[in-house]
Design a protein around this ligand. Structure first.
Ligand SMILES: [Fe+2]
Ligand SMILES: [Fe+2]
Length: 309
């Protein structure tokens, strides 16, 4: 199937929005009660940082994009993920979730590790691996978590912000899977050589330690917010459902591996949770945050200021 990436790029350009388009002082902030604020503040902080994980992923993807148009699309997506982070931070400010000095909230340890691994290894991952990992993260977290928010919050400004974000995300997911299908249409031996040749053991171990507890940690957070883990699992399931629509996607080795992982994630009875994912959440919770060092330079681009971008 031939995809029209030029038309997609034009749509992306046409749909650009900015934080300055939103009236951050409009009524509705009072709908966030003290109880809701306390419950949601850590979730929002994680969400802001997950957007940054997405931004970092697209920055790496842009460097490996198979065509100039896809390169340009990824550059837009990189900026859009940063915009999502900033919009969510502006919502946190609106709801009184930030310190007096507007300081950036700390991400949980699993998100911190994801940022670190992407920073250290993101650029060395093969295109097919990264192009598979990003849609899984987008299905499971980036796109899904924002939908949970809308179930919990009545604030009309929040709903307006997420109309924009969800519209962006629908294009992210569409392009993610179109590129995956495009990669799958290449010669199979090249895919295998690219995958095996580039995957160093430390990268595989890094990904397991990061990715596996990241999803389960978010599940714990969602359950703590009183939401059903089923919704998260349904979001993860979309990875296999959308992937199966591409004629060539199944030929990408990384896709097969991550699809198998997604299948274990959505089956709560699978030993994967008892023996790997949940223990890894507990283990990583004990890692002192300072071991991971200072946040990397690109995380300094986070701001709740409604700058036009
Ligand atoms: Fe996003
Ligand atoms: Fe996204």
């Amino acid at each position: 199937m031939a995809y029209d990436f030029a038309a997609m790029l034009q749509t992306i350009k046409d749909k650009q929005w900015s934080l300055a388009d939103i009236d951050w002082d409009a009524p509705g902030a009072e709908t966030v009660t003290d109880e809701l604020r306390a419950k949601m503040a850590p979730f929002m902080a994680d969400l802001v940082w997950i957007e940054h994980v997405g931004a970092r992923g697209f920055a790496s993807l842009a460097k490996k994009a198979p065509t100039p148009e896809i390169h340009e699309i990824y550059r837009y997506f990189h900026a859009e993920e940063q915009k999502h982070a900033n919009a969510e931070l502006a919502l946190m400010k609106r709801w009184g979730m930030l310190d007096a000095d507007g300081a950036m909230p700390e991400p949980n340890i699993n998100v911190k590790m994801a940022i670190k691994v992407l920073d250290d290894y993101g650029d060395s991952l093969p295109l097919s691996g990264l192009a598979t990992l990003i849609p899984l993260l987008e299905c499971a977290l980036d796109g899904a978590l924002v939908k949970f928010l809308l179930d919990s919050v009545d604030d009309p400004v929040c709903h307006e912000v997420f109309r924009h974000i969800n519209s962006d995300e629908s294009r992210h997911i569409a392009v993610d899977f179109q590129v995956l299908d495009l990669i799958g249409s290449g010669p199979r031996h090249r895919l295998l050589i690219e995958t095996v040749g580039n995957l160093k053991p430390q990268v595989i171990i890094g990904l397991i330690i990061v990715l596996v507890p990241l999803v389960n940690k978010m599940r714990d957070n969602i359950v703590a917010m009183g939401l059903s883990e089923k919704k998260l699992f349904n979001a993860v399931k979309r990875f296999g459902t959308i992937g199966s629509r591409g004629a060539n996607t199944w030929r990408v080795p990384a896709y097969q591996v991550l699809k198998a992982l997604a299948k274990m994630v959505v089956n709560r009875k699978h030993p994967y949770h008892r023996y790997l994912a949940d223990p890894l959440v507990r283990l990583t919770n004990r890692i002192p945050a300072k071991w991971l060092g200072k946040p990397q330079a690109w995380t300094e681009e986070v701001t709740h200021e409604p700058v036009a971008s």
